[in-house]
Design a protein around this ligand. Structure first.
Ligand SMILES: [Zn+2]
Length: 479
Protein backbone atom coordinates (compact mmCIF):
# COMPACT_ATOMS: atom_id res chain seq x y z
CA UNK A 1 0.00 0.00 0.00
CA UNK A 2 1.28 3.43 -0.94
CA UNK A 3 1.85 5.83 1.97
CA UNK A 4 1.03 8.77 -0.25
CA UNK A 5 -2.01 10.71 0.85
CA UNK A 6 -5.33 10.30 -0.91
CA UNK A 7 -6.53 13.46 -2.72
CA UNK A 8 -9.47 14.89 -0.78
CA UNK A 9 -12.97 14.63 -2.25
CA UNK A 10 -13.19 18.39 -2.63
CA UNK A 11 -9.78 18.62 -4.34
CA UNK A 12 -10.62 16.08 -7.00
CA UNK A 13 -13.51 13.69 -6.52
CA UNK A 14 -12.70 11.59 -9.53
CA UNK A 15 -9.02 11.13 -8.57
CA UNK A 16 -10.07 10.47 -4.98
CA UNK A 17 -12.21 7.62 -6.29
CA UNK A 18 -9.60 6.18 -8.65
CA UNK A 19 -6.87 6.12 -6.02
CA UNK A 20 -9.15 4.90 -3.28
CA UNK A 21 -10.14 1.76 -5.20
CA UNK A 22 -6.45 0.86 -5.55
CA UNK A 23 -5.35 1.86 -2.04
CA UNK A 24 -8.26 0.08 -0.37
CA UNK A 25 -7.10 -3.04 -2.24
CA UNK A 26 -10.47 -3.63 -3.94
CA UNK A 27 -9.39 -3.94 -7.59
CA UNK A 28 -6.62 -3.33 -10.10
CA UNK A 29 -6.26 -2.52 -13.78
CA UNK A 30 -6.02 -5.48 -16.16
CA UNK A 31 -3.57 -5.68 -19.07
CA UNK A 32 -6.51 -5.48 -21.48
CA UNK A 33 -7.84 -1.94 -21.75
CA UNK A 34 -11.28 -1.57 -20.27
CA UNK A 35 -10.96 -4.60 -18.01
CA UNK A 36 -10.48 -4.89 -14.27
CA UNK A 37 -9.14 -7.40 -11.80
CA UNK A 38 -11.23 -7.70 -8.65
CA UNK A 39 -8.88 -8.39 -5.75
CA UNK A 40 -9.80 -10.69 -2.83
CA UNK A 41 -10.96 -7.81 -0.59
CA UNK A 42 -13.19 -6.42 -3.36
CA UNK A 43 -14.49 -9.89 -4.15
CA UNK A 44 -15.32 -10.55 -0.49
CA UNK A 45 -17.42 -7.37 -0.56
CA UNK A 46 -19.08 -8.54 -3.79
CA UNK A 47 -19.82 -11.94 -2.23
CA UNK A 48 -21.62 -10.28 0.67
CA UNK A 49 -23.72 -8.35 -1.85
CA UNK A 50 -24.48 -11.37 -4.01
CA UNK A 51 -25.20 -13.78 -1.17
CA UNK A 52 -27.91 -11.48 0.24
CA UNK A 53 -29.52 -11.06 -3.18
CA UNK A 54 -29.23 -14.77 -3.96
CA UNK A 55 -31.04 -15.66 -0.73
CA UNK A 56 -33.76 -13.13 -1.48
CA UNK A 57 -34.28 -14.37 -5.06
CA UNK A 58 -34.51 -17.98 -3.89
CA UNK A 59 -36.94 -17.02 -1.14
CA UNK A 60 -39.21 -15.53 -3.83
CA UNK A 61 -39.24 -18.65 -6.00
CA UNK A 62 -36.33 -17.99 -8.37
CA UNK A 63 -33.74 -20.60 -9.32
CA UNK A 64 -30.20 -20.27 -10.68
CA UNK A 65 -28.88 -21.63 -13.97
CA UNK A 66 -25.98 -20.96 -16.36
CA UNK A 67 -26.11 -20.10 -20.05
CA UNK A 68 -23.15 -19.93 -22.45
CA UNK A 69 -20.88 -16.90 -22.90
CA UNK A 70 -20.91 -17.19 -26.69
CA UNK A 71 -24.07 -16.29 -28.58
CA UNK A 72 -24.58 -16.67 -32.36
CA UNK A 73 -24.58 -13.24 -34.03
CA UNK A 74 -27.87 -14.00 -35.77
CA UNK A 75 -29.64 -14.27 -32.38
CA UNK A 76 -28.94 -10.59 -31.78
CA UNK A 77 -30.50 -9.61 -35.03
CA UNK A 78 -33.86 -11.08 -34.08
CA UNK A 79 -34.94 -8.15 -31.91
CA UNK A 80 -34.37 -4.93 -33.83
CA UNK A 81 -34.04 -2.45 -30.95
CA UNK A 82 -31.89 -4.90 -29.04
CA UNK A 83 -29.30 -5.24 -31.81
CA UNK A 84 -29.32 -1.49 -32.49
CA UNK A 85 -28.78 -0.76 -28.81
CA UNK A 86 -25.97 -3.21 -28.29
CA UNK A 87 -24.11 -3.42 -31.63
CA UNK A 88 -21.60 -0.62 -30.88
CA UNK A 89 -20.53 -2.48 -27.74
CA UNK A 90 -20.25 -6.04 -29.03
CA UNK A 91 -17.06 -8.09 -28.92
CA UNK A 92 -17.23 -10.67 -31.72
CA UNK A 93 -15.37 -13.97 -32.05
CA UNK A 94 -14.62 -14.71 -35.71
CA UNK A 95 -12.10 -17.55 -35.38
CA UNK A 96 -12.03 -20.75 -33.35
CA UNK A 97 -9.50 -23.57 -33.35
CA UNK A 98 -7.50 -21.74 -36.00
CA UNK A 99 -10.39 -21.62 -38.48
CA UNK A 100 -12.72 -18.86 -39.53
CA UNK A 101 -16.18 -19.52 -38.11
CA UNK A 102 -19.16 -19.88 -40.41
CA UNK A 103 -21.13 -17.59 -38.16
CA UNK A 104 -19.49 -15.05 -35.87
CA UNK A 105 -20.18 -15.46 -32.16
CA UNK A 106 -20.86 -12.60 -29.78
CA UNK A 107 -19.36 -12.53 -26.30
CA UNK A 108 -22.55 -11.94 -24.33
CA UNK A 109 -23.21 -8.29 -23.44
CA UNK A 110 -26.47 -9.49 -21.82
CA UNK A 111 -28.32 -12.77 -22.27
CA UNK A 112 -31.88 -12.05 -23.44
CA UNK A 113 -31.13 -13.57 -26.87
CA UNK A 114 -29.68 -16.89 -25.78
CA UNK A 115 -32.12 -17.30 -22.91
CA UNK A 116 -35.07 -16.39 -25.15
CA UNK A 117 -33.96 -19.07 -27.60
CA UNK A 118 -33.81 -21.68 -24.83
CA UNK A 119 -37.13 -20.60 -23.30
CA UNK A 120 -38.78 -21.15 -26.70
CA UNK A 121 -37.58 -24.76 -26.54
CA UNK A 122 -38.55 -25.32 -22.92
CA UNK A 123 -41.90 -23.61 -22.60
CA UNK A 124 -44.83 -25.47 -24.15
CA UNK A 125 -47.82 -25.14 -21.88
CA UNK A 126 -49.32 -22.79 -19.29
CA UNK A 127 -48.20 -25.44 -16.79
CA UNK A 128 -44.55 -24.53 -17.55
CA UNK A 129 -45.09 -20.95 -16.39
CA UNK A 130 -43.82 -18.87 -14.79
CA UNK A 131 -40.13 -19.53 -15.49
CA UNK A 132 -38.03 -17.61 -12.95
CA UNK A 133 -34.32 -18.07 -13.68
CA UNK A 134 -31.31 -16.09 -12.49
CA UNK A 135 -27.85 -16.33 -14.01
CA UNK A 136 -24.77 -15.16 -12.07
CA UNK A 137 -21.72 -14.30 -14.11
CA UNK A 138 -20.02 -11.63 -16.14
CA UNK A 139 -20.79 -9.92 -19.44
CA UNK A 140 -18.71 -7.89 -21.86
CA UNK A 141 -19.55 -4.53 -23.42
CA UNK A 142 -16.68 -2.95 -25.33
CA UNK A 143 -15.26 -0.03 -23.41
CA UNK A 144 -12.06 1.95 -23.83
CA UNK A 145 -12.20 4.28 -20.85
CA UNK A 146 -11.78 2.28 -17.68
CA UNK A 147 -13.06 3.36 -14.28
CA UNK A 148 -12.81 0.45 -11.91
CA UNK A 149 -16.28 -0.87 -10.97
CA UNK A 150 -18.02 2.10 -12.64
CA UNK A 151 -17.13 1.60 -16.25
CA UNK A 152 -15.38 -1.57 -17.37
CA UNK A 153 -15.78 -3.73 -20.44
CA UNK A 154 -16.31 -6.90 -18.46
CA UNK A 155 -18.36 -6.62 -15.31
CA UNK A 156 -20.04 -8.97 -12.87
CA UNK A 157 -23.73 -9.23 -12.21
CA UNK A 158 -26.77 -11.40 -11.97
CA UNK A 159 -29.38 -11.28 -14.70
CA UNK A 160 -32.85 -12.47 -13.91
CA UNK A 161 -34.96 -13.64 -16.85
CA UNK A 162 -38.57 -14.52 -16.33
CA UNK A 163 -41.42 -15.65 -18.55
CA UNK A 164 -45.08 -15.32 -17.60
CA UNK A 165 -48.52 -16.03 -18.97
CA UNK A 166 -49.94 -12.55 -18.46
CA UNK A 167 -48.76 -8.97 -18.80
CA UNK A 168 -50.02 -8.19 -15.32
CA UNK A 169 -47.95 -10.96 -13.76
CA UNK A 170 -44.82 -9.92 -15.69
CA UNK A 171 -45.21 -6.29 -14.66
CA UNK A 172 -45.75 -7.40 -11.08
CA UNK A 173 -42.49 -9.36 -11.29
CA UNK A 174 -40.64 -6.27 -12.57
CA UNK A 175 -41.92 -4.20 -9.63
CA UNK A 176 -41.32 -6.83 -6.96
CA UNK A 177 -37.71 -7.20 -8.08
CA UNK A 178 -37.35 -3.41 -7.93
CA UNK A 179 -38.59 -3.65 -4.32
CA UNK A 180 -35.94 -6.26 -3.53
CA UNK A 181 -33.31 -3.94 -5.01
CA UNK A 182 -34.59 -1.06 -2.94
CA UNK A 183 -34.48 -3.16 0.24
CA UNK A 184 -30.98 -4.25 -0.59
CA UNK A 185 -29.81 -0.67 -1.06
CA UNK A 186 -31.56 0.68 2.01
CA UNK A 187 -30.93 -2.12 4.47
CA UNK A 188 -27.62 -3.59 3.33
CA UNK A 189 -25.78 -0.87 1.41
CA UNK A 190 -27.20 2.04 3.49
CA UNK A 191 -27.85 3.71 0.16
CA UNK A 192 -31.05 5.72 -0.22
CA UNK A 193 -32.48 5.25 -3.71
CA UNK A 194 -35.39 6.59 -5.72
CA UNK A 195 -37.45 4.02 -7.56
CA UNK A 196 -38.80 5.07 -10.89
CA UNK A 197 -39.52 4.46 -14.53
CA UNK A 198 -37.02 5.37 -17.24
CA UNK A 199 -37.98 7.75 -20.04
CA UNK A 200 -38.29 6.35 -23.58
CA UNK A 201 -34.77 7.45 -24.48
CA UNK A 202 -33.17 6.01 -21.34
CA UNK A 203 -34.87 2.62 -21.32
CA UNK A 204 -33.20 -0.71 -22.12
CA UNK A 205 -32.93 -1.67 -25.78
CA UNK A 206 -35.99 -3.81 -26.49
CA UNK A 207 -37.91 -3.08 -23.29
CA UNK A 208 -41.45 -1.73 -23.05
CA UNK A 209 -40.86 -0.43 -19.54
CA UNK A 210 -37.54 -0.02 -17.76
CA UNK A 211 -37.55 0.76 -14.06
CA UNK A 212 -34.50 1.67 -12.04
CA UNK A 213 -33.22 2.72 -8.66
CA UNK A 214 -31.11 5.89 -8.62
CA UNK A 215 -28.65 6.89 -5.92
CA UNK A 216 -26.89 10.19 -5.25
CA UNK A 217 -23.11 10.16 -4.96
CA UNK A 218 -21.23 12.69 -2.83
CA UNK A 219 -20.38 14.74 -5.93
CA UNK A 220 -24.19 14.90 -6.40
CA UNK A 221 -24.14 12.95 -9.62
CA UNK A 222 -26.63 10.12 -9.96
CA UNK A 223 -25.71 6.48 -10.30
CA UNK A 224 -28.21 4.00 -11.68
CA UNK A 225 -27.87 1.18 -9.17
CA UNK A 226 -30.17 -1.50 -10.54
CA UNK A 227 -32.68 -2.00 -13.34
CA UNK A 228 -35.75 -4.14 -13.88
CA UNK A 229 -37.35 -4.39 -17.33
CA UNK A 230 -40.72 -5.45 -18.70
CA UNK A 231 -40.47 -6.59 -22.31
CA UNK A 232 -44.11 -7.25 -23.06
CA UNK A 233 -44.07 -9.77 -25.93
CA UNK A 234 -41.12 -8.20 -27.80
CA UNK A 235 -38.64 -10.94 -27.04
CA UNK A 236 -41.30 -13.65 -26.99
CA UNK A 237 -42.23 -12.72 -30.58
CA UNK A 238 -38.60 -12.44 -31.71
CA UNK A 239 -37.74 -15.87 -30.27
CA UNK A 240 -41.17 -17.51 -30.52
CA UNK A 241 -41.58 -18.13 -26.81
CA UNK A 242 -45.11 -19.51 -26.86
CA UNK A 243 -47.36 -21.64 -24.73
CA UNK A 244 -50.73 -23.33 -25.01
CA UNK A 245 -53.17 -21.72 -22.62
CA UNK A 246 -55.91 -23.57 -20.70
CA UNK A 247 -58.20 -23.38 -23.74
CA UNK A 248 -55.48 -24.90 -25.92
CA UNK A 249 -54.79 -21.63 -27.73
CA UNK A 250 -51.22 -20.68 -28.64
CA UNK A 251 -50.11 -17.51 -26.80
CA UNK A 252 -46.93 -15.48 -26.59
CA UNK A 253 -45.26 -15.20 -23.19
CA UNK A 254 -44.65 -11.93 -21.39
CA UNK A 255 -41.04 -11.61 -20.24
CA UNK A 256 -38.83 -9.56 -17.90
CA UNK A 257 -35.16 -9.18 -17.13
CA UNK A 258 -33.35 -7.41 -14.29
CA UNK A 259 -29.90 -6.83 -12.87
CA UNK A 260 -27.63 -5.29 -10.27
CA UNK A 261 -23.99 -5.24 -11.35
CA UNK A 262 -20.60 -4.78 -9.70
CA UNK A 263 -21.12 -1.04 -10.37
CA UNK A 264 -22.97 -1.04 -7.06
CA UNK A 265 -19.53 -1.25 -5.41
CA UNK A 266 -18.71 2.09 -7.06
CA UNK A 267 -21.95 3.49 -5.61
CA UNK A 268 -21.09 2.29 -2.10
CA UNK A 269 -17.62 3.84 -2.35
CA UNK A 270 -18.88 7.19 -3.65
CA UNK A 271 -21.85 7.46 -1.29
CA UNK A 272 -20.03 6.70 1.96
CA UNK A 273 -16.26 7.15 1.52
CA UNK A 274 -14.41 10.04 3.17
CA UNK A 275 -11.01 11.72 2.86
CA UNK A 276 -9.38 8.89 4.84
CA UNK A 277 -10.69 6.23 2.48
CA UNK A 278 -13.47 3.72 2.20
CA UNK A 279 -16.38 3.62 4.68
CA UNK A 280 -18.23 0.32 4.44
CA UNK A 281 -21.72 -0.37 5.72
CA UNK A 282 -21.29 -3.03 8.45
CA UNK A 283 -23.73 -5.49 6.86
CA UNK A 284 -21.59 -5.72 3.73
CA UNK A 285 -18.08 -5.19 5.15
CA UNK A 286 -15.80 -8.23 4.66
CA UNK A 287 -14.33 -7.48 8.11
CA UNK A 288 -16.84 -5.78 10.39
CA UNK A 289 -14.23 -5.30 13.03
CA UNK A 290 -10.44 -5.40 13.14
CA UNK A 291 -8.44 -5.96 16.30
CA UNK A 292 -5.17 -4.01 16.45
CA UNK A 293 -2.91 -5.22 19.27
CA UNK A 294 -0.55 -2.52 20.59
CA UNK A 295 2.65 -3.40 22.46
CA UNK A 296 6.33 -2.53 22.76
CA UNK A 297 8.01 -5.30 24.80
CA UNK A 298 7.73 -9.07 24.49
CA UNK A 299 6.05 -9.23 27.91
CA UNK A 300 3.38 -6.74 26.74
CA UNK A 301 2.96 -8.67 23.51
CA UNK A 302 2.20 -11.85 25.50
CA UNK A 303 -0.68 -10.39 27.53
CA UNK A 304 -2.01 -8.20 24.72
CA UNK A 305 -2.09 -11.06 22.19
CA UNK A 306 -3.74 -13.36 24.71
CA UNK A 307 -6.52 -10.81 25.25
CA UNK A 308 -6.82 -10.21 21.49
CA UNK A 309 -7.21 -13.94 20.91
CA UNK A 310 -9.89 -14.28 23.55
CA UNK A 311 -11.85 -11.29 22.26
CA UNK A 312 -11.61 -12.50 18.68
CA UNK A 313 -13.10 -15.86 19.70
CA UNK A 314 -15.84 -14.15 21.70
CA UNK A 315 -16.81 -11.88 18.78
CA UNK A 316 -16.68 -14.66 16.22
CA UNK A 317 -18.99 -16.76 18.40
CA UNK A 318 -21.42 -13.83 18.46
CA UNK A 319 -21.44 -13.74 14.65
CA UNK A 320 -19.20 -10.69 14.15
CA UNK A 321 -16.82 -10.92 11.17
CA UNK A 322 -13.58 -10.06 12.94
CA UNK A 323 -9.94 -9.98 11.88
CA UNK A 324 -6.88 -9.65 14.09
CA UNK A 325 -4.05 -7.64 12.52
CA UNK A 326 -1.02 -9.40 13.97
CA UNK A 327 1.52 -8.07 11.45
CA UNK A 328 4.73 -7.27 13.33
CA UNK A 329 6.53 -5.50 10.47
CA UNK A 330 4.37 -2.34 10.55
CA UNK A 331 3.49 0.15 13.31
CA UNK A 332 0.07 0.35 14.91
CA UNK A 333 -0.29 3.84 13.40
CA UNK A 334 0.21 2.32 9.97
CA UNK A 335 -2.40 -0.33 10.75
CA UNK A 336 -4.92 2.33 11.85
CA UNK A 337 -4.49 4.16 8.53
CA UNK A 338 -4.58 0.95 6.55
CA UNK A 339 -7.89 -0.25 8.04
CA UNK A 340 -9.36 3.21 7.77
CA UNK A 341 -8.45 3.19 4.09
CA UNK A 342 -10.19 -0.20 3.74
CA UNK A 343 -13.30 1.06 5.50
CA UNK A 344 -13.57 -1.45 8.37
CA UNK A 345 -16.52 -0.19 10.48
CA UNK A 346 -15.11 -0.81 13.98
CA UNK A 347 -11.48 -0.92 15.09
CA UNK A 348 -10.69 -2.52 18.44
CA UNK A 349 -7.43 -1.29 19.93
CA UNK A 350 -5.92 -3.37 22.71
CA UNK A 351 -2.82 -2.06 24.52
CA UNK A 352 -1.26 -2.87 27.91
CA UNK A 353 -3.37 -0.15 29.62
CA UNK A 354 -6.57 -1.60 28.14
CA UNK A 355 -5.55 -5.08 29.34
CA UNK A 356 -4.88 -3.75 32.86
CA UNK A 357 -8.26 -1.98 32.92
CA UNK A 358 -10.16 -5.04 31.59
CA UNK A 359 -11.25 -2.88 28.67
CA UNK A 360 -10.60 -2.19 24.97
CA UNK A 361 -10.79 0.97 22.90
CA UNK A 362 -13.44 1.00 20.16
CA UNK A 363 -13.00 3.37 17.22
CA UNK A 364 -15.82 3.97 14.74
CA UNK A 365 -14.84 4.38 11.10
CA UNK A 366 -17.75 6.71 10.34
CA UNK A 367 -16.51 9.20 12.99
CA UNK A 368 -12.77 9.56 12.45
CA UNK A 369 -10.51 10.85 15.22
CA UNK A 370 -11.21 11.28 18.95
CA UNK A 371 -14.96 11.73 18.50
CA UNK A 372 -15.46 8.13 17.43
CA UNK A 373 -13.33 6.53 20.17
CA UNK A 374 -14.44 5.15 23.52
CA UNK A 375 -13.29 2.68 26.12
CA UNK A 376 -15.53 -0.37 26.57
CA UNK A 377 -15.27 -3.16 29.19
CA UNK A 378 -14.21 -6.54 27.85
CA UNK A 379 -17.15 -8.15 29.62
CA UNK A 380 -20.14 -7.92 27.29
CA UNK A 381 -17.96 -6.63 24.45
CA UNK A 382 -19.71 -8.73 21.78
CA UNK A 383 -23.00 -6.95 22.50
CA UNK A 384 -21.30 -3.53 22.54
CA UNK A 385 -19.71 -4.23 19.14
CA UNK A 386 -22.99 -5.52 17.69
CA UNK A 387 -24.76 -2.37 18.93
CA UNK A 388 -22.03 -0.16 17.49
CA UNK A 389 -22.29 -1.92 14.10
CA UNK A 390 -26.07 -1.48 14.04
CA UNK A 391 -25.70 2.17 14.94
CA UNK A 392 -23.10 2.75 12.19
CA UNK A 393 -25.33 1.02 9.65
CA UNK A 394 -28.28 3.25 10.59
CA UNK A 395 -26.26 6.43 10.75
CA UNK A 396 -24.66 5.87 7.31
CA UNK A 397 -28.13 5.51 5.84
CA UNK A 398 -29.54 8.58 7.53
CA UNK A 399 -26.49 10.67 6.62
CA UNK A 400 -26.82 9.64 2.96
CA UNK A 401 -30.56 10.29 3.01
CA UNK A 402 -30.10 13.76 4.51
CA UNK A 403 -27.51 14.48 1.83
CA UNK A 404 -29.82 13.32 -0.96
CA UNK A 405 -32.70 15.43 0.38
CA UNK A 406 -30.55 18.49 0.99
CA UNK A 407 -29.30 18.37 -2.59
CA UNK A 408 -32.57 17.68 -4.38
CA UNK A 409 -34.52 20.81 -5.28
CA UNK A 410 -37.73 21.73 -7.01
CA UNK A 411 -36.89 24.43 -9.56
CA UNK A 412 -39.04 27.56 -9.82
CA UNK A 413 -38.22 28.07 -13.49
CA UNK A 414 -35.78 26.87 -16.13
CA UNK A 415 -33.03 29.27 -15.03
CA UNK A 416 -33.34 27.86 -11.52
CA UNK A 417 -33.30 24.34 -13.00
CA UNK A 418 -29.99 25.05 -14.77
CA UNK A 419 -28.41 26.24 -11.53
CA UNK A 420 -29.71 23.24 -9.58
CA UNK A 421 -28.38 20.55 -11.94
CA UNK A 422 -24.92 22.18 -11.86
CA UNK A 423 -24.59 20.77 -8.37
CA UNK A 424 -27.57 18.65 -7.37
CA UNK A 425 -30.75 16.91 -8.50
CA UNK A 426 -33.78 18.67 -9.88
CA UNK A 427 -37.24 17.29 -9.16
CA UNK A 428 -39.35 18.94 -11.86
CA UNK A 429 -42.56 18.69 -13.87
CA UNK A 430 -41.76 17.28 -17.28
CA UNK A 431 -43.89 16.91 -20.41
CA UNK A 432 -42.47 13.46 -21.25
CA UNK A 433 -41.36 14.40 -24.77
CA UNK A 434 -38.05 13.10 -26.11
CA UNK A 435 -37.18 16.33 -27.95
CA UNK A 436 -37.63 18.36 -24.78
CA UNK A 437 -35.47 15.90 -22.81
CA UNK A 438 -32.77 16.01 -25.51
CA UNK A 439 -32.62 19.79 -25.46
CA UNK A 440 -32.26 19.78 -21.66
CA UNK A 441 -29.41 17.29 -21.97
CA UNK A 442 -27.73 19.31 -24.69
CA UNK A 443 -28.03 22.46 -22.64
CA UNK A 444 -27.16 21.22 -19.14
CA UNK A 445 -25.67 17.69 -19.44
CA UNK A 446 -28.46 16.57 -17.10
CA UNK A 447 -30.61 13.61 -18.11
CA UNK A 448 -33.87 12.26 -16.77
CA UNK A 449 -32.75 9.75 -14.18
CA UNK A 450 -36.22 8.42 -13.56
CA UNK A 451 -39.85 9.33 -13.28
CA UNK A 452 -40.40 8.40 -9.62
CA UNK A 453 -43.09 5.79 -8.95
CA UNK A 454 -44.06 7.92 -6.01
CA UNK A 455 -45.76 10.95 -7.66
CA UNK A 456 -47.36 13.89 -5.86
CA UNK A 457 -50.34 13.87 -8.24
CA UNK A 458 -51.81 16.93 -9.86
CA UNK A 459 -50.59 18.80 -12.92
CA UNK A 460 -47.89 21.28 -13.72
CA UNK A 461 -46.03 22.95 -16.55
CA UNK A 462 -42.96 21.30 -18.07
CA UNK A 463 -39.86 22.96 -16.63
CA UNK A 464 -38.34 23.38 -20.11
CA UNK A 465 -41.07 23.84 -22.69
CA UNK A 466 -43.99 24.90 -20.51
CA UNK A 467 -46.40 22.34 -21.96
CA UNK A 468 -48.84 20.66 -19.57
CA UNK A 469 -47.12 17.93 -17.55
CA UNK A 470 -48.71 15.30 -15.35
CA UNK A 471 -45.56 13.72 -13.94
CA UNK A 472 -42.44 14.89 -12.18
CA UNK A 473 -39.01 13.56 -13.13
CA UNK A 474 -35.62 13.56 -11.46
CA UNK A 475 -32.98 15.27 -13.60
CA UNK A 476 -29.27 15.00 -12.83
CA UNK A 477 -25.85 14.53 -14.28
CA UNK A 478 -25.08 10.86 -14.08
CA UNK A 479 -22.35 8.25 -14.09
ZN1 LIG B 1 -41.19 19.71 -22.14
Amino acid sequence: MSEERLPTRSENFSEWYNQLVIKADLADYAPVRGCMVVKPYGWALWENITSWLDREFKATGHVNAAFPTLIPMSFFEKEREHVEGFSPQLAVVTHGGGEKLEEPLVVRPTSEAIIGYMYAKWIKSWRDLPVLIVQWGSVLRWELRTRLFLRTAEFYWHEGHTAHATAEEARQEMFSILDIYEHFCHEQAALPVIKGRKSESEKFAGAQITTSIEAMMQDKRALQSGTSHYFGQNFAKAFEIQYLDKDNRLQFCETTSWAISSRIIGAIIMAHGDDQGLVLPPRLAPHQSVIVPIYKTDAEKGTVMETAQRISTQLRAAGVRVKTDDRDNVSSGFKFNDWEMRGVPVRIEIGPKDVAAGAVTLARRDRPGRAGKRSVPQAGLAQAVADELADIQASLFSRALDFQRANTHQPRDYEDFRRIVEDGWADAWWCGEAACEASIKEDTKATTRCIPLDQPGGEGRCIKCGKPAHERAIFARAY
